[in-house]
Design a protein around this ligand. Structure first.
Ligand code: NDP
Ligand code: DXP
Ligand code: MN
Length: 389
């Protein structure tokens, strides 16, 4: 059996490292051909030594010139052009695990070329879902890695999508599940960055704390599974053992369980329809006597960012890109101590309300320009919010 030639975009991040750990365990399955990062060349060097890829892409040009002579057997591609070039270098499968919106064009080009894609980067779907999904069908070639969407995908295998009554995503509830508004208002970034169940990059961890991440995931699910928002709901499952459920027209409900470890959805996406034998790494769910799953209502008053993301989708496909751009700026301001975490909701709401262009867009380029609009207005508002503190 031949190995899959694999590229990992975002190789030094949380999803990238989990992906490479799966590859490390199955060298006969995967040939790690390319690694892409933004600027972390010290970690990249270690990965190059281990996986010996043929290509690296370094988005930041200063970092790329610092890396240039590290290993002459590796071809160094640079910046946005470099990501686009990579798509034409004969990969069988590309994992989109970078943060942010810069890899959207490369994702779109990969789908045009019918390359298998494992997608973790949620910004791509939230910003460009309508145009991405014109080019992709579920599984072949687009495989969701985001744990809830991977769970729903697994629940849907062999099913008729017309029989779906409802999709239910689970939320951990984040670090402030049981905190008061006052506690949240005074919370330090390091407190918000302590996720109760998952170990992830800082941007998504803060989004989990505001539950905007869950609102984003409703948008992702709506595009991925071609369902109206009314059919997508969320419930809090504090242990993150249940990830997603589907209720069908005959009243049956399928629920997907696993330990909160991204190597499970990643391995399934990489090797679908085959399963890779990594189950020995996970023991808790094998002990049936200890099975106990709590489900709690998601409190939309306490976590208004969740409902705001839902509203953004209902207002039209122009609004999700705006919220992505604005949230990027707001989260950075919070992590730098300039605003409180409870400022994020009013800030995002103000940015959304300041937009008075068309509610529905004509294409990808317009969507990407609205991300920048969201960033710009959010920067202005962050200044005002931080002066008030
Ligand atoms: N972590 C998780 O469990 C989950 C993450 N996701 C989504 O997956 C994505 C990645 O999340 P996560 O791994 O936590 O993030 P991290 O912050 O841990 O890692 C981000 C990675 O992306 C790289 N990167 C950023 N910009 C670029 C670029 N322009 N070109 C190439 N590489 C780039 C970074 O490189 P460098 O190190 O050089 O900065 C780093 O390798 C996000 O969209 C997130 O929402 C979805 C579900 C779960
Ligand atoms: C691992 C994963 O998929 C994250 O998106 C996760 O869902 C975040 O946890 P929350 O449920 O707290 O948002
Ligand atoms: Mn998720």
């Amino acid at each position: 059996m031949s190995q899959k030639r694999l590229a990992v975009i975002g190789a030094t991040g949380s999803i990238g490292r989990a992906t490479l750990d799966v590859c490390r365990r199955f060298p006969e399955e995967f040939d790690v051909r390319a690694l892409a990062v933004r600027s972390n060349i010290e970690e990249l060097k270690k990965l190059v030594d281990e996986f010996k890829p043929k290509y690296v892409v370094i988005y930041d040009d200063v970092a790329a010139s610092n890396f240039a002579l590290y290993d002459e057997s590796v071809k160094v591609l640079v910046g946005h052009e470099g990501l686009m070039q990579l798509i034409d270098e004969g990969m069988d499968h590309i994992v989109f695990a970078s943060s942010g919106t810069e890899a959207i064009a490369a994702l779109s080009a990969s789908l045009d070329r019918k390359i298998e894609v494992s997608l973790a980067n949620k910004e791509s779907l939230i910003v460009a879902g309508p145009w991405i999904m014109e080019k992709a069908s579920l599984a072949d070639p687009l495989r969701p890695i985001d744990s809830e969407h991977n769970a729903v995908w697994q629940c849907l295998l062999g099913e008729d999508l017309n029989e779906i009554e409802e999709i239910i995503l689970t939320a951990s509830g984040g670090p402030f599940l049981h905190s008061s508004y006052e506690e949240m208002k005074l919370a330090t970034p390091s407190r918000a960055l302590k996720h109760p169940t998952w170990s992830m990059g800082s941007k998504i961890t803060v989004d989990s704390a505001t539950l905007l991440n869950k609102g984003f995931e409703v948008i992702e699910a709506s595009y991925l599974f071609a369902l109206p928002i009314e059919k997508i709901n969320a419930v809090v499952q504090p242990d993150s053992l249940a990830h997603g459920c589907v209720r069908f027209s005959d009243g049956s409900v399928k629920m997907f369980l696993s330990e909160p470890d991204m190597r499970i959805p990643i391995s399934f996406a990489l090797s679908y329809p085959k399963r890779l034998k990594i189950g020995h790494l996970f023991h808790r769910l094998a002990i049936t006597e200890k099975w106990k799953l709590d489900f709690l209502r998601l409190d939309e008053n306490k976590f208004p960012c969740y409902s705001l993301a839902r509203r953004a989708l209902q207002m039209g496909n122009a609004y999700p890109p705006i919220i992505v751009g604005a949230d990027e700026v707001a989260v950075e301001a919070f992590v730098k101590g300039k605003i409180s975490i409870v400022d994020i909701f009013p800030l995002l709401e103000k940015v959304l309300l300041s937009y008075n262009g068309p509610s529905n867009l004509n294409g990808l380029e317009e969507a990407i320009s609205l991300v920048e609009f969201g960033r710009r207005i959010a920067r202005e508002l962050c200044r005002l919010f931080s002066e008030r503190r």
